[in-house]
Design a protein. Structure first.
Length: 234
């Protein structure tokens, strides 16, 4: 699957807020950008980056205390005259999220906080935050996970921030995430001794090894499980 963490019209702010949820908000999430394969969770804010249309996270992430990390690309619809760009820059503060089990199941509503800024005139930026924290994964997926089944969740994400001292909201963005039961789906690779691992071990998603991909794990000299696998010093 394609894998998809923070980056970079003159209307009154009050008018923008009044138009919320009508498709003409002052900013919108274009997609969930895929981090490049490697060891660093780095994104560029470039709209040409690959993206993930739907996510997966192992229920095993609950024990690790980590959630699904969304790395959305957010684009500004604000315009500014030359020299006024700083005054028309959106300052991001967070997002209101409602995560619901698909087909009318239980839901959880909460706010996540993050920071970033988006320049006007078509500027875009990547941010990274846990859109589905570990406690929400447990609340929504435990019953199915205990029975060995996956849970389909849809996250409704409404980013918000300030512009010119007033609040500005983004057009809501829906993103599906499958909570994978511990015995299914995402592969965590080998658990052989770290020093016997060959070069080129699969490192998984660099923003979170428990989501969207395959990661190889290994056993350290003290029998600790390391994911992704890293070679121990001689």
């Amino acid at each position: 699957m394609r894998l998809v963490s923070p980056v970079s019209f003159v209307l009154l702010v009050g008018s923008l807020s009044a138009c919320a949820d009508k498709g003409d908000e002052g900013m919108f999430i274009l997609n969930n950008t895929a981090p490049p394969i490697g060891t660093a969770c780095t994104l560029t804010g470039d709209p040409q980056q690959p993206f993930t249309a739907a996510g997966e996270i192992s229920y095993l992430a609950v024990a690790a205390g980590t959630g699904y990390v969304l790395t959305p690309l957010i684009e500004s619809r604000i315009t500014a005259n030359m020299g006024d760009e700083a005054l028309r820059t959106i300052h991001l503060e967070g997002a209101n999220v409602t995560a619901s089990v698909a087909n009318g199941g239980t839901s959880q509503s909460y706010t996540v906080l993050f920071a970033g800024s988006i320049a006007p005139n078509g500027g875009s930026t990547n941010v990274a935050f846990e859109v589905l924290p570990a406690d929400k994964i447990s609340a929504l997926g435990k019953a199915n996970a205990d029975g060995g089944a996956n849970t389909e969740v849809v996250a409704n994400i409404a980013a918000y921030g300030t512009l010119g001292g007033g609040r500005i909201d983004a057009e809501p963005f829906q993103y599906p995430i499958t909570i994978i039961a511990p015995n299914r789906g995402i592969t965590f690779g080998t658990t052989t001794k770290c020093n016997s691992m060959m070069l080129g071990a699969r490192t998984g998603n660099p923003c979170n090894a428990f989501q969207d991909g395959v990661v190889d794990c290994c056993l350290s000299s003290t029998n600790a499980v390391l994911c992704p696998a890293v070679a121990e010093s001689p």
